[in-house]
Structures are given as structure tokens and as C-alpha cells.
Design a protein around this ligand. Structure first.
Ligand code: BMP
Length: 212
């Protein structure tokens, strides 16, 4: 069975990121990389790691359409399979990412896993989700820390994939998030900071397969 796990590789260490990507790639659906790695080693790290795994660029794009487009192009040219964009800057900004990055997968952040997400983002999350569906995104980032919210997104999302971060270190439970309707779990520290990341991922995959 295909793994439900997307590894969040929030590292700055080059050797460690290559090592973990190599050993873990066969056990995860994809690897998500973001500013920690790209600011440390440049956009070429996307190309390098895409030798081992599908890469999702977590750039949380939140700019005017033109700037979003330039960044999405860089991710695409360097071999990213997916890109994460914020939805809150509005439909024109998100559409620019979609137009540039297709046929790659575009995932829109509609709600976040941390407490601060309740202050502003959550208040408009359903409107943002509907806008993103209309524009044709492939998936949403939804809070793995709030399974009851994942259920709501599942109800309105149809074919749209739900990717849930916040599992493990932030308190979310993998099985609960998947039962609530998540398609994939984004997991970082509880894997790459563990003593044996490969064993940790294997055990997580086993637990998921046994409980779904
Ligand atoms: P960790 O499992 O170490 O908490 O990592 C979670 C990953 O998911 C991080 O890369 C974080 O930036 C990202 N993320 C999140 O935790 N919550 C969100 O709402 C959106 C995210 O992209």
C-alpha cells in the first residue's frame, strides 16, 4: 500500500538531508522541503532531492500574482512535483501559481495547525477553500491537530486531496487525522529527530495500515 506520509524535511544540514532522503524515500509518499533547506543550500536542492523522491516545495506563496508566478516557475524548473501556496492573498495570487505550476500539484493552505491560525485564518477558511476549489487546486493543507475541522473540509472537498500537518510533535494523531478524512500526513520532527528515522517511518506506516 502506498504510504500516507509526507516527510517534512525542515533541516539546514546538507549531509543529513541527503542521507535521510536516501534512506526514507521508499517509505514515504513524498518529501516536503521549504525555506530551511532552500535558504541554506539554494533552489538546486530541489533538483538534488528529487532524485530520491517526489518533492513538494513548501514555499507558502503569499504575494502578488507576478511574484508568486516567478517563484512557482523556479520550483517547477527545478523538478518539484508539488507546490504549497497560501490562499489568503486572494484568487488572483493563487491563480497565478496554478497557471504557472500546472500540470504539477498545487496545494492551498486553508487553515493551519497552530493556535494562531484561529485568530485570522480560520475565520475565512471555508470561503478560501471554496475559492481554491473553483480555481482547480489539487489539494488543501488542513490542520492535523483538529480532526473535527478535517471532517468539514472532507465534506466540501470532493476529489481534492487533504494534506494534514501537525501530527506527532504538535500533538495530532495520525490515525485520527486519516479517519477524519485526510489523504496524507505531513510529519517532520517526530521522524527526522528520532534516533532511527527509517524505523520510525516504518512503524508509522504499519500502524496506519493496521488501523485504516
Ligand atoms: P513537524 O511535524 O515537525 O511539526 O512539521 C510540520 C511541518 O508542516 C512543518 O514543515 C511546518 O512548516 C508544516 N506546517 C504545519 O506544521 N502546519 C501548517 O498548518 C502548515 C504547514 O505547512
Amino acid at each position: 500500500m502506498e504510504s500516507k506520509i509526507i516527510l517534512a524535511l525542515d533541516l539546514t544540514d546538507y549531509q543529513k538531508s541527503i542521507y535521510i532522503s536516501k534512506i526514507i524515500s521508499g517509505e514515504v509518499y513524498a518529501i516536503k522541503i521549504g525555506y530551511p533547506l532552500v535558504l541554506s543550500h539554494g533552489i538546486r536542492i530541489v533538483k538534488e532531492l528529487s532524485r530520491y523522491s517526489k518533492i513538494i516545495c513548501d514555499f507558502k506563496l503569499a504575494d502578488i500574482p507576478n511574484t508568486n508566478r516567478i517563484i512557482a516557475k523556479l520550483a517547477k524548473e527545478n523538478g518539484a512535483m508539488g507546490i504549497i501556496s497560501h490562499a489568503f492573498p486572494g484568487s488572483d495570487s493563487l491563480k497565478a501559481v496554478i497557471d504557472e505550476f500546472k500540470p504539477g500539484d498545487i496545494y492551498a493552505v486553508v487553515e493551519m495547525s497552530h493556535e494562531g491560525s484561529l485568530e485570522y485564518i480560520q475565520k475565512h477558511s471555508m470561503e478560501m477553500a471554496r475559492m481554491a476549489i473553483d480555481l482547480g487546486v489539487d489539494g488543501f493543507i488542513v490542520p492535523g491537530t483538529r480532526p473535527e475541522r478535517i471532517k468539514l473540509y472532507r465534506e466540501i472537498s470532493g476529489r481534492i486531496k487533504l494534506l494534514a500537518p501537525g501530527i506527532g510533535t504538535q500533538g495530532g494523531d495520525p490515525v485520527e487525522a486519516l479517519r477524519a478524512g485526510a489523504d496524507y500526513l505531513i510529519i517532520g520532527r517526530s521522524i527526522y529527530e528520532s534516533d532511527n528515522p527509517l524505523l520510525t517511518v516504518k512503524k508509522l506506516n504499519e500502524r496506519i495500515n493496521e488501523n485504516l
